[in-house]
Design a binder for this molecule. Structure first.
Ligand code: HSE
Length: 401
């Protein structure tokens, strides 16, 4: 029997307890031995919840208990999670976490520490929610030079954008629904401003390339500027608007960014709706591969966390080799990334637009108060210069067609 502890009894923590109880027989069989939750740590009390019997408010009880071999960290945020996880690893306990803030900020250090202590630091749920993606990137896609990893990596924003597109729903109402469903972060700014997707593409890219992609260096835009008019144009263009995180090799340089994009209906990520996430990977010999599933929510996220617990139990005494060095992953200056742009402008005439951008494709969605057009592909830097010559830009969305 292996004793484990769960740090945090919020959405994911309570999901982990539920999954371990619901699928006990299957999980124990797959782990090769019984998994017993000995403690749940939370500052709060949960009167009437059976968790009361194993609830502790004192992290040191868990840290000092040598019977606890695996610790699940699902508190979120960098501190105190970082300190707790570090101490657990140093005490010879494996850690499974869903905490993308922690993994993006301290991944290489915690992996190295786990290696030194012959335990494991596992984080399948930190990107893509319930989708198996970290393990496949680390263990399966090992024969390829990966030239692109692009994903819809935030369930909350995908849920919001889908409802706005299909139901003309109001942004604030849908965000409130996403919070109620347990998809959104405590402070949903990380979802809607792109910070969550940014950390996730940093984690995935670091695993793919074996070096640390510092998430703070990734150009990141969220969805807060997207309006119902943008969806009217997207409809005319037979496109979906999705918040995308991407790292792509172009002319030998890796470019990484997070931004809303218009994806035409043939794009592999365009049909991924609601809370689902999708991750597209291109390898030079594998070609295209897609991963799809629920990107947020209590049980799907808990499923990924528990799969890490099982892996930790299966590999007790052995460190699973995961290459994510602290050495920085070089990425190109964003101003040199090449994109195509959809632009809406309020007071510039078609002549002015053509004078500035040359040959463009105008898009008519029946909104008489503005002009909208698609540029040719150009660098971000060139676009920024040309855009500044327009008098009254209402919105810009990059397009993938
Ligand atoms: N808030 C996150 C999302 C949770 O919506 O994707 C899963 O990481």
């Amino acid at each position: 029997m292996v004793n484990i502890a769960v740090l945090g009894y919020g959405t994911v923590g309570s999901g982990v307890v539920e999954v371990i109880h619901t699928n006990k027989e299957i999980i124990d069989k797959r782990a090769g031995q019984e998994i017993r939750i000995k403690y749940v740590l939370d500052l709060r009390d949960f009167p009437g919840d059976p968790v009361e019997q194993i609830l502790t408010h004192d992290f040191n009880v868990i840290l000092k208990d040598e019977e606890v071999k695996v610790v699940v960290e699902v508190m979120g945020g960098v501190e105190p999670a970082y300190t707790f996880v570090k101490q657990c690893i140093q005490a010879g306990k494996s850690v499974a976490t869903s905490n993308k803030e922690l993994v993006a900020a301290h991944g290489p250090e915690l992996l190295a520490l786990a290696k030194d202590h012959m335990v494991n630091f596992l984080f399948e749920a930190s990107a893509g929610g319930g989708i198996p993606i970290i393990r496949p990137l680390n263990s399966s896609i090992t024969a390829d030079e990966v030239t692109e990893i692009t994903g819809i990596l935030n369930g909350t924003t995908n849920y919001i954008l889908t409802k706005m597109a299909n139901e003309g729903a109001d942004y604030a109402d849908v965000l409130a629904q996403a919070q109620k469903l347990g998809y959104a972060e405590r402070n949903p700014e990380a979802d809607v401003e792109g910070g969550d997707a940014c950390r996730k593409i940093a984690i995935l890219s670091s695993i793919v390339y074996g070096k640390n992609l510092d998430y703070t260096t990734i150009h990141t835009e969220g969805i807060t500027n997207i309006t119902k008019e943008d969806f009217q144009y997207a409809k005319v263009l037979d496109a979906a608007i999705k918040l995308v995180g991407t790292t792509k090799l172009t002319d030998g340089v890796l470019y990484s960014f997070v931004a809303p994009m218009m994806l035409d209906s043939r794009h592999p990520l365009s049909g991924i709706d609601d809370v689902f996430n999708g991750i597209f990977v291109h390898g030079n010999v594998l070609d295209d591969v897609m991963f799809y599933g629920r990107g947020a929510g209590k049980l799907p996220t808990a499923s990924a966390v528990v799969s890490d617990v099982v892996d930790a139990v299966k590999h007790m005494g052995k460190n699973i080799m995961t290459i994510w060095d602290a050495e920085p992953l070089e990425i190109g200056d964003f101003s040199q990334a090449v994109n195509r742009f959809f632009v809406r402008t309020a007071s510039d005439s078609e002549e002015t637009v053509k004078e500035i951008f040359g040959d463009v494709e105008f898009v008519d969605a029946g909104i008489s108060s503005e002009k909208a057009f698609l540029t040719k592909t150009m660098t971000e830097g060139s676009f920024a210069v040309l855009k500044n010559r327009l008098a009254d830009v209402k919105n810009v969305i990059r397009v993938a067609f």
